[in-house]
Structure formats: C-alpha cells, structure tokens
Design a protein around this ligand. Structure first.
Ligand code: HH2
Length: 257
C-alpha cells in the first residue's frame, strides 16, 4: 500500500503531494512501482497534529480521487463519513480509518452499504496527545483485545468479515519498545483471523532505535527492515512511502520464504 498524503504537514512527506497533480502523479508512479493500492489521506495524524475540517479535507482529496478514478486502486485514509462517501463514489475500494470506526458514528454504515473494505487501526488516546505517556500492561494482548472488539463492532454494523483488515497502529500511542514488540509478537494479532496491515514506514521509532532520541522520522533502510520483518511474521499489507524499494525487498524476501 503506497502512501500519498495530500497535506502540508504530514510527518515525513508533508507538502510533497499537496498539489493534486503532484499527488496523482505520485500515485500513478506507485502503481507502476508495484503498489497494489494507494492510500490517499487529507489529514495528518502525526503526534501533535490538529484536526482538519470536513471542507478542507474534501478540498484536498477530491481533486486527487477524480484524477485517479478508474486508473489506480484507491484506499481513503479518513475518519469522516462524508469524505469516505465521496471517495467510495469516486471508486475507492477501502476505507482506512485510524479511529477503527470510533470517530464518526455513521462511517460503519457507509462502509457496509458500499460493500467496501475497511482497515481498523489501534490507537491509544488521540493524535494531539497520544505520545505523551502511553501505558500498557501487555501491549500485544491489549491491542489484540481492542481490535477484536472493533472487528465485532464492524461485523455487527453489517460489514462483511472478509472485508476487514486490522492494524496495530505503529506510533499511535506507543513507545519505541512497544512498537517493536507489536511486530515481534504479530502472531497475537494474526490469531484474530484477519489480514494484518503494518505501517512502520519512516516512523520516528526507527530513527530513535538507531540512536537519535529526538528523531521525527526513520531512514529508508530501517523502514524496509521493519516491513520485511513484519511480512515474515505474517503481515499481509505493508503501508509504505517508498514503494519501489519496498517491493524490491519484499520480492526477494518472498523468494527466500
Ligand atoms: N499511519 C499513519 C496514517 N495512517 N493508517 C494505517 N492503517 N496504519 C498506519 O500505521 C498509519 C495510517 C501516519 O503516517 P503518515 O500517513 O505517513 O503521516 P501523517 O499521518 O502525518 O499524514
């Protein structure tokens, strides 16, 4: 899954794809580079980010979705039902909701009505404050219990179970150690029986593990290592910024499996 953030302030690619033509060109290049789907987002959820209004989020993503319609398989990274509805009408196949259907009471019904796929992600707290002091007794079991509960909620709302994938939410209310533990214990999440999505790409935990306690991003080499490790532990979808390099690494890893 390639990432295209149509935002001025995303943590690693803010501003790069803020122009709709640039965003659409990036998405098309990702498809050529081997992405199966491209995740379009109009609101940064980096630690400390402020929320974006509905009008502004629509203004950012709709022109990009219009340019990609019929050309690229699209996922819409949003927690707002109106953004999801517009994206689904413009051909998006998957709704990637970092609130796991807790943010907008109407989103579950909209996904169910459209027969779309949905990604349910774990987050402790909310983006403005989530990195202040994340606390777990056992991060893998608590994330799994949360995702199991959200999976039940989604199915009860009418979303077909086979349309649902689950994501531990790397960096969303987790310390460096907790992020790495979630990948090393990915089996706990796989036991829920749904495909697992992992988004470690460029995240600050990578840079911090490599010795910079103030790092805001991580290098490509570390992103690829994390993606390959997640793949080898059973992740199905890797959410990444640098599609070509990840596809090359994952192709080799799968040939060696
Ligand atoms: N991470 C980000 C945003 N959306 N969705 C899922 N399912 N999993 C993730 O790990 C995930 C996500 C944050 O990364 P990015 O989109 O690059 O940055 P920003 O939120 O600053 O736009």
């Amino acid at each position: 899954m390639g990432i295209v953030n149509v935002t001025p302030d995303s943590f690693s690619d803010g501003g790069v794809n803020f122009d709709p033509d640039a965003a659409a060109a990036t998405a098309l290049r990702m498809l050529e580079d081997g992405a199966a789907i491209v995740d379009i987002g109009g609101e940064s959820t980096r630690p400390g980010a402020d929320a974006v209004s509905l009008d502004e989020e629509l203004r950012r993503v709709v022109p990009v979705l219009e340019r990609l319609q019929g050309a690229v398989p699209v996922s819409i990274d949003t927690a707002k039902v109106e953004v999801a509805r517009r994206a689904l009408a413009l051909g998006a196949e998957l709704v990637n909701d970092v609130t796991a259907l807790r943010g907008d009471p109407e989103l579950a019904g909209a996904v169910a009505d459209a027969g779309a796929y949905v990604c349910l992600m774990h987050m402790q707290g909310e983006p403005r404050t989530m990195q202040a002091n994340p606390i777990y007794d056992d991060v893998a079991s608590e994330v799994a219990a949360f995702l199991e509960q959200r999976l039940r909620f989604a199915v009860d709302a009418g979303i077909a179970e086979e349309c649902i994938c689950l994501d531990p939410g790397i960096g969303f209310g987790k310390t460096v150690e907790q992020n790495f533990e979630l990948i090393s214990r990915l089996d706990v999440l796989l036991a829920l029986g749904r495909p697992v999505v992992v988004g470690f790409s460029r995240k600050s935990s990578l840079g911090r593990l490599l010795g910079d306690p103030e790092a805001r991003t991580g290098p490509l080499s570390a992103s690829i290592a994390a993606a390959v490790a997640a793949y080898e532990r059973g992740a199905t979808i890797l959410r990444v910024h640098d599609v070509k390099e990840h596809v090359e690494a994952l192709t080799v890893a799968s040939a060696l499996a």
